[in-house]
Design a protein around this ligand. Structure first.
Ligand SMILES: Nc1ncnc2c1ncn2[C@@H]1O[C@H](COP(=O)(O)OP(=O)(O)OP(=O)(O)O)[C@@H](O)[C@H]1O
Ligand SMILES: [Mg+2]
Length: 322
């Protein structure tokens, strides 16, 4: 395969706004990134900053009160490029979801059919993606084991699955179609340490196998272990993006430093204050009201710009400066 048709996802100036009675929610604003096979990009940030909405926008899962802006172009492979934000639902269903992009949703139990066992749902997905498969039961068990399940777990109904098991069933379902890009939204929630390790090993294997992972997580330790790059999101925007070791080891944005300092194995000091309401964002830098390094310039919104090679930040007074 030439580089020209190597798969890739290019997101440019993605915005998502929701209209709710009497207000607009700016859930995602001006987000740009590229991801390609062999890479893991981790998306981190506090609850409500727009991570899951971003994932939903890429897969055409936004509700009717959402309005999107920007572009998200999925290209390469044997299939023609798809403009994810404008493609008809049938195109996304037939050529994207589960085939080129797999999603492990944040609330997996809600995505499982309550009246059918995990096995029947997984086998059905195997048959849909691999119509020639002679032994769907064996194929379903194989992918379940890769996701950290025992084959016997598959005989459970969704209400008999623990949160962590439902998470692993969702991971198995997302792996069946062998998508080159897996979007995993908090895939380690509800898993104990050994299962987190096993899941991260599986994600690492996918990356080594020339697939890509967009890992949405609160777990900075997980991000440190498998991500090549980390994007830190605040109030719907990317405010810092760079190599994982640099973002976590030498954070530039005061918010990123605050996130790291709030970890139990660090200073364990929470960031003061709360994130702004997405219905009422302050003018200028959205972190300004909570920032101890704010200067008058922060009344104007800083744009994300490269500060050190490959490491970008949206801040007038990054932590590397006095
Ligand atoms: N359908 C909707 N209508 C209005 N607002 C919405 C809708 N869906 C999400 N939002 C808002 O968009 C914002 C971003 O939500 P999102 O679920 O992406 O957060 P998140 O970063 O994934 O948080 P968490 O870490 O808790 O999963 C939130 O303020 C949420 O309330
Ligand atoms: Mg979420």
């Amino acid at each position: 395969m030439s580089t020209a048709d190597a798969p890739g996802l290019d997101v440019a100036r993605l915005g998502v706004r929701f209209t709710i009675p009497g207000a607009e929610v700016a859930a995602v604003s001006d987000v740009s990134f590229r991801i390609q096979p062999g890479e893991c990009l981790a998306l981190v940030g506090e609850s409500g900053c727009g991570k899951s909405v971003l994932a939903a926008a890429l897969l055409g899962f936004l509700p009717a009160n959402a309005e999107v802006a920007g572009r998200a172009t999925l290209s390469g492979g044997d299939l023609p490029p798809v403009e994810l934000l404008t493609a008809p639902d049938q195109v996304l269903a037939r050529t994207v979801r589960g085939r080129r992009i797999g999603l492990v949703p944040q609330s997996p139990a809600a995505h499982l059919t309550p009246v059918r066992t995990a096995r029947s749902q997984l086998e059905e997905t195997v048959r849909a993606h691999h119509p020639g498969e002679k032994r769907p039961r064996v194929a379903a068990e194989r992918v379940a084991v890769r996701a950290g399940l025992c084959p016997t777990d598959l005989d459970r109904y969704p209400h008999e699955l623990s949160g962590g098991m439902a998470q692993r069933v969702a991971t198995a379902l997302a792996l069946v179609g062998e998508p080159w890009l897996l979007i995993a939204d908090e895939p380690t929630t509800g898993l104990d340490r050994a299962l987190v390790d096993a899941l991260l090993d599986e994600l690492r294997r996918l990356i080594a196998d020339h697939r890509a992972v967009l890992l949405i997580t609160h777990d900075l330790a997980a991000a440190r272990r498998i991500a090549d790059r980390i994007a830190v999101m605040y109030a719907g925007r990317f405010i810092e993006v760079g190599p994982a070791a640099d973002v976590l080891g030498r954070p530039l944005h005061p918010y990123t430093r605050g996130l790291i300092d709030s970890l139990p194995d660090r200073a364990f000091v929470p960031i003061p204050g709360l994130p702004p309401l997405l219905t009422d964002l302050p003018a200028g830098c959205p972190f300004r009201p909570r920032c101890s390094r704010a200067v008058p310039a922060c009344q104007h919104r800083p744009s994300l710009a490269e500060h050190i090679a490959g490491h970008a930040v949206a801040c007038y007074r990054p932590c590397s400066s006095p």
